[in-house]
Write a protein that binds this ligand. Structure first.
Ligand code: FES
Length: 109
């Protein structure tokens, strides 16, 4: 897993955008009252950063056109987004938030 930040640097209500390398899409990490979540940062509708959206519970609202995504599954729950964003495993170890980027399907094929 990839270390993201210390837990105190990502307080509840906070989010952070991380870039890993040129081949891995940026990831948005959220700390909501339900815990830590990570999804692809770019909205599946257009080019908006979900880390700049509004997260509550297990949902994040896109800052551009207000599509709502379920942070547990990446599925959109309303239009205009029709496609899910990928979710990524999050772990907290020794006070550090870590993310395991999901394997991209085209990388497996
Ligand atoms: S860019 Fe996210 S809903 Fe349009």
């Amino acid at each position: 897993m990839i270390p993201v930040c210390r837990t105190e640097d990502l307080p509840e209500g906070g989010s952070v955008r991380i870039e890993i390398d040129e081949t891995t899409p940026a990831i948005a990490v959220f700390h909501t009252e339900d815990g830590f979540y990570a999804v692809d940062d770019t909205c599946s509708h257009q080019d908006a950063s979900l880390s700049e959206g509004w997260a509550e519970g297990c949902f994040v609202e896109c800052p551009l056109h207000a599509a709502l995504f379920d942070l547990r599954t990446g599925a959109p729950t309303c239009l205009p987004a029709r496609h899910p964003v990928r979710t990524h495993e999050v772990g907290v170890f020794d006070g550090m938030v870590h993310v395991r980027p999901a394997v991209r399907e085209e990388a497996v094929a």
